[in-house]
Each structure stands twice: as C-alpha cells, then as structure tokens.
Design a protein around this ligand. Structure first.
Ligand SMILES: *Cc1c(COP(=O)(O)O)cnc(C)c1O
Length: 371
C-alpha cells in the first residue's frame, strides 16, 4: 500500500509515554526482562516505529505472531532477541535459525519434522509452547513435553532449548476461576521438570499486572499495557502510570459556510438545519477510520467538532464551532493543549476495543515516533 506522506494525516507515537508504560509494567510485575508483542504491525501502531521505540526504551526482546514479521525486523536492523509466538511450518525452521529468531514449538512432532529442513549451521533457538487452557496451540501432556525435551537434548547442534511458555485466556478477568485452572495445569506439567530453560515466560499483560505474585515474571510477554491500555478497561485497576502512546492527527483541508437544507456526504445522512461552518479532513475508512465514528466529536484546534455525514473512503466532514482556517490541526485521537480525545471513548462509541481499532489503521497513514 502507498504511504501518504504528502498529506497532513498521520499517526504519532510518543516515545516518552511508551517509556513510562514500560517502567510501570516492569515495576508492577516485578519483571527483569520484557518481550514486547509487536505482532500485527505493532498492534497497528507501525511495527518498525514500535520496534525502534522498544530498543530506545531498553526492552529485552520482541514477540511477533508470524515468521515474516520477525524476518522483516531483522532486515531492518533490529538485533535484540525476537520470538515467533505462533505456529511456523517446519519447512521455514532454517530461515528462523539463520536470522537468530526464537521459534515456538507447539508439538514434539514438529521437532522431528523440522530436522529435515535444518542444516545445523546455526542451532535453532526454541521455546516450548504448553497449552493449559487457551486451547489454541501447544502441548497438553507431560508425556509430549518430555518427548520434546528429549528430542531437543538429542540434537544439540540443531536445537537450543531457550524457553518454556503458556498463555492465559482470562488473566484480565474479574472471574479468576479459569485462570486458576490454567495455573494448576501449568504446575502439573512443569513442577517436576529436572531442568528449566533460561526463559520461562507465561505473563501477558493481564497476568503481569494482576497475577505477578502467582506466576513467574522474570520474563514477561506483553503488548496491551505497553501501548498504554489498562488491560481490563479499568475494571481491575485504575491504569495509573499508563499513558496512551498513539495520536491520530490531520489538518483541515477545506472550510465553507453552508446555508440550511444542504446534505453532507454520501447518502445525505446529515442535513444542515441552519447556517453552519463545515470543515473537511483528509481521513477516511481507507485509513482505517471506523465509519461508525459518524456523530462523534473530535478536536479541531482545541475545540470540539462533531463528525457529520458518512465517513467516506478518503475524507470526512465536521461541523465547526465557527470559521477556522484551512490547515488548522485536527486530532482524532490524542490531545491538543488541555483537550484530549481518549481512544476508549472512541471505541465505546463505535463498539470495539482500542487494540482492534488501532489494528485497522492502514499503511496509508505514515507513522512518526515523537518526543
Ligand atoms: C498477543 C500475545 C501476547 C501479548 O498479549 P497482551 O494481552 O497484549 O499483553 C502474549 N502472548 C501471546 C502468545 C500472544 O499471542
């Protein structure tokens, strides 16, 4: 997709807010090392911008969902540890080994299958994935876990046992029963192991923030909190010490005064009922702006202005409080002076979640690391 850099619409990522979120997360979880989840384009923020922010903040390593994301990070000069959390087909094992990328091993058979593709020039670093109740990927029995460990031990030139993990499905829920069930399974699977690998990583944001006394947290594996979002939507904690890192900015491209009885945008879903100042903003659903934001108030300068009419692919209109010049700064999410638009208010309005909303922001919007 073409990045629109010849246009004022942009995403800004605050390094200062990000640093603060990392500090808060490390302190609350008593973690020594963090793997920051940068999958899905850094939760939509921009994978390279977030990777650079992470390196600047001294984050230990990065976690991605798919092998390509890890390779792209390496190709762009990222040298800190990188782990693929998802399933990688065995035929790609050697690519991970060559790029010094940690693979998740989801079954003992995977280790047998990958041997056909590994050259042994570089041992593949592996993290064993245990399924304790997420029921997505991972080994579910002691028997299989021991087979996997034996397999790794039997091929020291091919495999290096670096990690052991599980993933909690309800760590950010007020109902702790299922979390406890998963934790009990984790203990059952791992308590009697003769040896543990250097990285035992089980805590996502919810586990790191609310269960640090119950789970190992020397290594944590988080996304949500680092992006400044209280994982439970402030149900379980106040979110103190966490700050939003993402702003969506633009500028007025056109301003006019309309008489009453004019329709605005496709389908004429909004009609002026009196003389009104209408501003146009070069942002639309082609940038990932949810069309359900129609009717929501954003900031033009530091004043509120309601989105009127349907949001089009590339442009949207707002009703201005008074005449304002073309070029006036627009804030869809983020702050301008004392005023701010909280992404939680946006996502409540459109019926989604911050991480879902940011995931949809398209490549057309350039990303900038600021502060
Ligand atoms: C996405 C993901 C994480 C990070 O989760 P957050 O809730 O955003 O902290 C951790 N582990 C795995 C396996 C994941 O897929």
């Amino acid at each position: 997709m073409v990045v629109a850099s010849l246009r004022p619409s942009r995403i800004e990522i605050s390094q200062a807010a990000f640093n603060q979120n990392i500090r808060t997360t490390m302190q609350t979880s008593h973690a020594k090392h963090m793997f920051l989840a940068v999958k899905a384009n850094g939760y939509g923020h921009g994978i390279l911008e977030i990777a650079h922010a992470a390196v600047n903040a001294g984050v230990y390593g990065l976690a991605v969902a798919v092998a390509d994301e890890a390779v792209v990070l390496r190709q762009n000069g990222i040298t800190i540890p990188i782990m693929v959390l998802g399933y990688t087909e065995p035929q790609y094992a050697e690519i991970l080994a060559q790029h010094d990328i940690i693979a998740s091993v989801v079954s003992a058979d995977w280790l047998t299958d990958a041997l056909d593709f590994l050259t042994g020039n570089h041992a593949l670093q592996v993290s064993i994935s245990l399924d304790t109740g997420m029921n997505r990927i991972g080994m579910r029995t002691k028997n299989e876990l021991h087979r996997a460990i034996d397999m790794i031990k039997a091929h020291p030139n091919m495999y290096e046992w670096l990690g052991l993990m599980t993933h909690f499905a309800t760590a950010d829920s007020t109902d702790e029963a299922y979390f406890e069930k998963q934790l009990a399974r984790w203990h059952d699977l791992t308590d009697d192991l003769a040896e543990l690998p250097p990285m035992v990583h089980v805590a996502n944001s919810g586990a790191a923030m609310y269960h640090a006394d119950e789970v190992p947290t020397d290594f944590i594996r988080v996304g949500t909190v680092a992006y400044g979002w209280e994982p439970s939507g402030k149900e379980l904690a106040t979110g103190e010490g966490l700050a939003p890192i993402l702003s969506i900015k633009s500028a007025l491209s056109f301003v006019k005064q309309l008489d009453g009885d004019e329709g605005i945008s496709y389908g004429r879903t909004y009609e002026t009922d009196c003389q009104q100042w209408i501003g146009t903003i070069p942002l639309g659903y082609g940038d990932g702006i949810d069309r359900n934001m129609q009717g929501f108030e954003i900031l033009v300068g530091n004043e509120k202005a309601k989105i009127v009419g349907q949001i089009a692919m590339d442009q949207l209109m707002v009703r201005l409080p008074h005449e304002m010049p073309v070029g006036t700064e627009v804030t869809l999410v983020g702050s301008n002076g004392q005023q701010s638009i909280d992404i939680w208010d946006v996502t409540k309005y459109v019926g989604s979640q911050p991480w879902e909303f940011t995931n949809r922001l398209t490549e057309r919007l350039p990303r900038f690391l600021v502060d």
